[in-house]
Design a protein around this ligand. Structure first.
Ligand code: ADP
Ligand code: MG
Ligand code: MG
Length: 889
C-alpha cells in the first residue's frame, strides 16, 4: 500500500483516505489554485499505528522520499541552516473534529535556522516570532505542556514592555521569549525542545495520530456519531508567512453567508498574523471587504478563486488563506458548515442558479435541521431587559442558568437544570460543557471562533463576541453594561438568531416555519420571509420524490386537524385508552369490577355513545383519509386507583369503623389484577379475549360512527387494529366477533362500511409467524416501541435511566434503539415479517407506528424495506415527509 500522497496526486473524493483537509488541498492544487506544495499521510497509516502502536515500516521511507521531492521543488532543505524550508504538520480527519491536535506551524526552525530565516527574509522580528510560535505550539500539542504557561509568559513580556498586542514586541523581546519558552518546555516536558528538524516533524506526525484517541476527540465522535475507527490523515505543507509585515496577513472567508445563504463578501482578515490568530481573537480582525483597500490585487484574486470554488463544489465553501508579501495562498477549503435555515435557503438558491437539481437539493438538508427550524423563538413583544448584543452565531432561543465553566455546566445539567455556558472564549476543553448547555455565550471571537463553529455543528444556540459583557470566569460572574452583575445560577436568555442577550427568562413564540405549516403564514405573502419560502419549496421537492406516505399518531380531532395541516395522509395510530380516562374512568372502573353480566352490559352501554362520538369527530377531521384505530391496549390496572393509596384508605376507614364497602371491593379487584410485569401481562388482544364485550363495544362504536359519517355524506376510512397479537388464532377469534358486529351495524343502518381489520406486529412471535397472521389481517402496523422492548428484553421505562448511559459509553450501541431502529435486530424482524406477510397477501398494507416513524435514520430504513407508510406525532410529520423524500433520492 501507498501511505503518502503528494498534493498533486489526490482529489476531493478521497476523504476516507486523505481526510477532508488533504483531499481538498489536493483538489485545489489540481484546479491550479495557489496551494503551497506538500503531501498527505493517509488514514491507513494512522490506523496501522493505532492498532500496532508503531508506524508502519514503509511509512518512514515514503515520508523521506516525499520530503526529498518537496525540498527539491522548493530548492531548500527542511531546517537548512542558512535558508530553511519550513513546514506545517496539520491533522485532518474525514470529518473535522475539534478536540484533536490541530496544527504545528514553522517546523524546521531551530537555534541555527532561525538566523538563516531572519537573513533570508531580511526581518529578525519575523524569524523570532515564528520560532516562538513553533516552540509554543509544539510544546503544547506535541509535548503536552500546559498552553497557559506560554500564554502567561507572552502576556508578561507584553506587560514588561507596556504594550498590548503581540506585534509590538520586537526581535529582542521575542528572542528572550524563545529562551523562556525553551525553559518551560525543559521543566514541564522533561526534555529539550528538539533541534533536529526531522525529529520535530516525526514527533508532530505521531502526535496527530495519537490525538485521534484523545478524550475530547472521542467525546466529540460519540456526540456526532462518527465511527471511532476512521483514523486521521496528516498533512505536511510548506509554510507561507502571513507574519512578514503589514503587506502580509491571514484570513478566513465564506463564499456566501453561512447564516442567511446570501452571496457577498463574508470573512475576517488580520494583517501581519499567522495561523490561528484570526480565530483565536488575539487582535481585532477586519471584515474581509476591507482587504480590497489593503491589497486590491490579492482581494480580486481571492474573489475570483471563491467563485471558482463555488462553481466547482456547487455549494457554500469556507476557506483559509494567507497573503505573504502581496502573494495569495490557499491553505484550506471545504464545503462549509451552515445554520439549518441557511441550509434550506442555499439548497434552493443553488437550484435557482442551475448548479444543482431538486434531488441533489434534498441531499443538502435533513430532518434534524428542519426540526431545529421548528423550535420556538423569543417573543419580541415581551417585556425584556436586553443587556448586550453579540454576533448571532448559531440560531435558537435558549434560556438557562448562567454557568461559567464546563464542569458546572455538566454537573447542573445532569441534575436537570438548563444552563447557559458563558465563557470569554471557548476552546476544545469546553466541549462537554457545550454539549450539556442549552446555549453558549462568549464575549470574544467572531463567526469563525471556536464557540461559533462548534455550536453551529451541534445545532446549539450560540451568541459570541458580546464584547460589552465582562466575563470573569474565576469569580463566576459577568458584569453587564450599567454595572449589573450576573452571578452563577442567575437566569439569562440568549437569542442565537439576533445575537441579543437578556436578563431573566424571556417567553418564547412559535417559529415562522411552524406558523407556515399551521397555515398561518403563506409562502409568497408579504410576511413570509425567505426561510419559509425555502422550506415550502423543499417540502414540495420531498413530496414529489417520496414513495412512503406519512400518517400521524393522533387521538383526537384537534391533533388530527393539526396533523392534516402538517401534511399527514391519515392517522396511523389512534390510541383509544386516552378516551377511557377523565370523567369516563368511573365507567371503566365499573366495567372492570362488574360481577354480573347485567352490570357489565350497563357500563359498556354507557361507554358506547361516548366512544362513538369520539370517532365521529375523528373521522370528520380526517375525512377521506385512513384512520387506524387501535382497540384498548394497556393493562387494566392503569384505569384503577393506586394500590397503596387505596390500602391506606381502607385501613383508615376500618380503624374508624366507617363504611368502606366500595373501596374494599375495589381493593380486592386491584389485588386480583395486580401484575409483576404488566407490560407482559393482561393487555392488548388478551383484554379483548377475556373481558366479554369490550372489543365488540369498541368495534360497534367505530362502525356506528362510520355509518353516521356516511349518512352525513362524509368519507370515513376506518381501519380497526388489534394490538399485541402473538398468534393468528387470537386475531381470528377477535375478528369473527368484530365481523359479526360490523354486519349487524351494516344491516341496521343499510350502509356498506368497508372497514379494514388488521393487527400490530409488536411481538417477536408475531413477526416470526407473520405469514400466518396475514391470513387474518388486511394490514400490519409495526409497533416498533414494543417490538424493541420485547426483542431486546428491555423495559423501556426502566432501562433508559439505569444502564443505557453505560451502554452508550461502552459503544454497545451508538444511539438508543428506542430512538433509532436497531436495524440488525428489530429491523430484520420487520423486514422478515413484511416479506412473509406480503407473500400471503400481496395487497397487505404495511406501516409503522411508534417513535421511530419520526426518526430520520429509521425513516430511511422503512423506505428501504418497502413499507407503505410511517406514522409519527403531528409535530414530526414535516421531518418524516422530508426524510421520506431524501430516502427516495
Ligand atoms: P484547523 O484544522 O484547526 O483549521 P489547520 O491545519 O487548518 O488547522 O491550521 C491552522 C491554521 O494554520 C490555519 O489558519 C491555517 O491557515 C494555518 N496554516 C496551516 N498550514 C500553514 C502553512 N503551511 N502556511 C501558513 N499557514 C498555515
Ligand atoms: Mg483549529
Ligand atoms: Mg484550518
Amino acid at each position: 500500500v501507498k501511505f503518502v500522497y503528494d498534493f498533486t496526486e489526490g482529489n476531493k473524493d478521497l476523504k476516507d483516505l486523505l481526510g477532508g483537509k488533504g483531499a481538498n488541498l489536493a483538489e485545489m492544487t489540481n484546479l491550479g489554485l495557489p496551494v503551497p506544495p506538500g503531501f498527505t499521510i493517509t488514514t491507513e497509516a494512522c490506523k496501522v499505528y493505532l492498532e500496532s502502536g508503531e508506524e508502519p515500516a514503509a511509512l518512514r521511507d515514503e515520508v523521506s522520499a516525499h520530503l526529498a521531492a518537496l525540498e527539491e521543488k522548493m530548492g531548500k532543505r527542511l531546517g537548512q541552516a542558512d535558508d530553511p524550508l519550513l513546514v506545517s504538520v496539520r491533522s485532518g480527519a474525514k470529518f473535522s473534529m475539534p478536540g484533536m491536535m490541530d496544527t504545528v506551524l514553522n517546523i524546521g526552525l531551530s537555534d541555527k535556522s532561525v538566523q538563516g530565516l531572519a537573513k533570508q527574509a531580511g526581518d529578525d522580528r519575523f524569524a523570532w516570532d515564528s520560532y516562538r510560535r513553533l516552540i509554543q505550539m509544539f510544546g503544547k500539542t506535541v509535548l503536552g505542556v500546559d498552553g497557559e504557561l506560554f500564554e502567561d509568559a507572552l502576556e508578561a513580556a507584553k506587560a514588561a514592555k507596556k504594550v498590548t498586542v503581540d506585534t509590538e514586541l520586537e526581535a529582542a523581546d521575542l528572542k528572550k521569549l524563545v529562551t523562556k519558552f525553551k525553559k518551560i518546555v525543559k521543566t514541564e516536558a522533561g526534555r529539550d525542545f528538539p533541534q533536529d528538524p526531522r525529529e520535530q516533524m516525526d514527533l508532530a506526525i505521531k502526535a496527530v495520530f495519537d490525538s485521534w484517541n484523545g478524550d475530547r476527540a472521542k467525546l466529540y465522535r460519540r456526540q456526532e456519531r462518527i465511527p471511532h475507527d476512521l483514523g486521521t490523515a496528516v498533512n505536511v505543507c510548506s509554510m507561507v508567512f502571513g507574519n512578514l509585515g503589514p503587506d502580509s496577513g491571514t484570513g478566513v472567508a465564506f463564499t456566501r453567508d453561512p447564516a442567511s445563504g446570501h452571496q457577498g463578501v463574508y470573512g475576517d482578515y488580520l494583517q501581519n498574523a499567522q495561523g490561528e490568530d484570526v480565530v483565536a481573537g488575539i487582535r481585532n480582525t477586519v471584515p474581509l471587504a476591507e482587504l480590497e483597500q489593503i491589497d486590491k490585487k490579492s482581494y480580486d484574486q481571492l474573489m475570483q478563486i471563491m467563485e471558482t470554488l463555488e462553481n466547482h463544489y456547487k455549494d457554500l465553501c469556507d476557506i483559509e488563506f494567507t497573503i505573504e508579501r502581496g502573494r495569495l495562498w490557499m491553505l484550506q477549503t471545504r464545503v462549509g458548515k451552515r445554520t439549518a435555515g441557511a441550509a434550506f435557503r442555499i439548497a434552493t438558491q443553488l437550484v435557482d442558479q442551475g448548479l444543482i437539481d431538486e434531488a441533489e437539493a434534498l441531499t443538502r438538508v435533513n430532518g434534524a435541521q428542519l426540526a431545529q427550524l421548528m423550535f420556538p423563538r423569543f417573543d419580541e413583544s415581551a417585556k425584556v431587559e436586553q443587556v448586550g448584543r453579540g454576533i448571532a452565531a448559531s440560531p435558537g432561543a435558549a434560556v438557562g442558568k448562567a454557568v461559567f465553566d464546563s464542569y458546572t455546566a455538566v454537573k447542573w445539567s445532569r441534575s436537570g437544570e438548563k444552563v447557559i455556558l458563558i465563557r470569554r472564549e471557548t476552546n476544545p476543553d469546553d466541549l462537554d460543557g457545550m454539549i450539556a448547555a442549552e446555549g453558549i455565550l462568549t464575549s470574544r471571537g467572531g463567526k469563525t471562533s471556536h464557540a461559533a463553529v462548534v455550536a453551529r455543528g451541534m445545532g446549539k444556540t450560540c451568541v459570541c463576541g458580546a464584547e460589552e459583557l465582562e466575563v470573569d470566569t474565576k469569580r463566576r460572574r459577568m458584569t453587564v453594561p450599567g454595572g449589573h452583575v450576573v452571578e452563577e445560577g442567575d437566569l439569562i436568555s440568549i437569542d442565537g438568531s439576533t445575537g441579543k442577550v437578556y436578563l431573566g427568562e424571556v417567553p418564547v413564540v412559535p417559529s415562522p416555519v411552524v406558523e407556515y405549516f399551521e397555515g398561518r403564514m403563506h409562502p409568497g405573502a408579504d410576511d413570509a420571509d425567505e426561510l419559509v419560502e425555502a422550506v415550502h419549496r423543499m417540502m414540495a421537492f420531498a413530496d414529489r420524490k417520496r414513495r412512503l406516505r406519512v400518517r400521524a399518531n393522533a387521538d383526537n380531532a384537534e391533533d388530527a386537524l393539526r396533523a392534516r395541516r402538517f401534511g399527514a395522509q391519515g392517522i396511523g395510530l389512534c390510541r383509544t385508552e386516552h378516551m377511557f380516562l377523565g370523567d369516563r374512568r368511573e365507567l371503566v372502573e365499573r366495567l372492570i369490577l362488574a360481577d354480573t353480566e347485567a352490570e357489565r352490559e350497563e357500563s359498556l352501554k354507557a361507554l358506547l355513545p361516548l366512544q362513538k362520538k369520539d370517532f365521529v369527530e375523528l373521522f370528520e377531521a380526517m375525512d377521506g383519509l385512513p384512520v387506524t384505530i387501535r382497540l384498548l391496549d394497556p393493562p387494566l390496572h392503569e384505569f384503577l386507583p393506586d394500590i397503596t393509596e387505596l390500602s391506606v384508605r381502607v385501613a383508615l376507614a376500618e380503624s374508624r369503623q366507617e363504611p368502606h364497602e366500595n373501596d374494599l371491593r375495589l381493593l380486592q379487584a386491584v389485588h386480583r389484577l395486580h401484575e409483576q410485569n404488566p407490560m407482559l401481562g393482561l393487555r392488548g388482544v388478551r383484554l379483548g379475549l377475556v373481558i366479554p364485550g369490550l372489543f365488540t363495544m369498541q368495534v360497534r362504536a367505530i362502525a356506528e360512527a362510520a355509518a353516521a359519517r356516511r349518512a352525513a355524506k362524509g368519507d370515513p376510512r376506518a381501519e380497526i387494529m388489534i394490538p399485541l397479537v402473538g398468534t393468528v388464532q387470537e386475531l381470528e377469534i377477535v375478528r369473527e366477533e368484530a365481523d359479526k358486529v360490523i354486519a349487524e351495524v351494516q344491516e341496521a343502518t343499510g350502509t356498506e362500511l368497508k372497514l379494514a381489520i388488521g393487527t400490530m406486529i409488536e411481538l417477536p412471535r408475531a413477526a416470526l409467524t407473520a405469514g400466518q397472521i396475514a391470513e387474518a389481517a388486511q394490514f400490519f402496523s409495526f409497533g416498533t416501541n414494543d417490538l424493541t422492548q420485547t426483542v431486546w428484553g428491555f423495559s423501556r421505562d426502566d432501562v433508559e435511566a439505569s444502564f443505557f448511559t453505560a451502554y452508550l459509553e461502552k459503544g454497545i450501541f451508538g444511539v438508543s434503539p428506542f430512538e433509532t431502529i436497531d436495524k440488525d435486530g428489530v429491523g430484520s424482524l420487520v423486514k422478515l415479517a413484511a416479506e412473509a406477510g406480503r407473500e400471503t397477501r400481496p395487497d397487505l398494507k404495511l406501516g409503522v407506528c411508534g417513535e421511530h416513524g419520526g426518526d430520520p435514520e429509521s425513516v430511511h430504513f422503512f423506505h428501504e424495506v418497502g413499507l407503505d407508510y410511517v406514522s409519527c406525532s403531528p409535530f414530526r410529520i414535516p421531518v418524516a415527509r422530508l426524510e421520506a423524500g431524501r430516502a427516495a433520492v
